[in-house]
Design a protein around this ligand. Sequence first.
Ligand code: SAM
Length: 266
Amino acid sequence: MDPNVYESVKKSINRQLRIDLTYYKDEQMRRRLDSWLARTTLSSWDEYFLLINSDEKELTRFRNYLTINVTEFFRDMDRWKSLMSDVLPVLLKEAAEKKPPSEGLKVWSAGCSVGVEAYTVAMILDQMAPNKKHTIIASDVDRGALEKAKAGGPYLADEARNLTDVQKRKYMEPSGPPFYVRKSLTSLINFREQNLMTDRFDNNFDLIICRNVIIYFTNEAKSILYPKFQQALRPGGILFLGGTEIIPRPMEIGLKNHGISFYRKE
Ligand SMILES: C[S@@+](CC[C@H](N)C(=O)[O-])C[C@H]1O[C@@H](n2cnc3c(N)ncnc32)[C@H](O)[C@@H]1O
């Protein structure tokens, strides 16, 4: 796509979908947009924007495509295992020393998509520290994804393929697949709409999980976002990123490597 066309497409997307593509890598996004238009019978973006003005379903499909909503329970199982073996024991021990006895961890799943990342951490905390009252916040910019997250499904068998039979029995309604998360778990999570680039962050988190979100952002957006996460953590708190999301010089922004994918606030 020609850069001038991309500029005008970006403006229309911002106007009609309230998604600001300035934060996303240009080349990758231009390629994605080209292939999206190519799958329609339309010959120009002007025609496409007229179409989504009146076609709600197409607008939703386009929004999902742009925000790249791929996700599953326990995505990258090895990293979640490290969270359970190397990170949570430390955070839970510190919480036991510093917080009132019933209080658990304060956790944020940032860019939670349809919610399975937040449900994953809720299941883990229920297994590891069942008698504590944890605060779990989950946010995304995509309203449609959040609606599914709040409803606790439906999730396809594929999205739930990493769950054990025991976990399915304990946390899912018995009717699936498709699976619905039980009320006992959905009620533990506070889902909210939030744009990571423009909205303010809550603070004092023990754990922030932001996986497979930043990967699509420009370096400039990353350099704004990482320090914002650092400020949102309590001292000693942990940032959990996706497999390919690496902070180049974490010490410069007050973070320290804590194994692969984890950064601890100084
Ligand atoms: C690939 S999904 C990742 C979902 C989940 N974190 C995981 O790893 O399974 C990326 C999510 O980031 C969200 N996202 C993208 N840009 C965002 C922004 N500026 N603010 C908040 N969420 C954003 C998208 O809407 C999408 O749901």
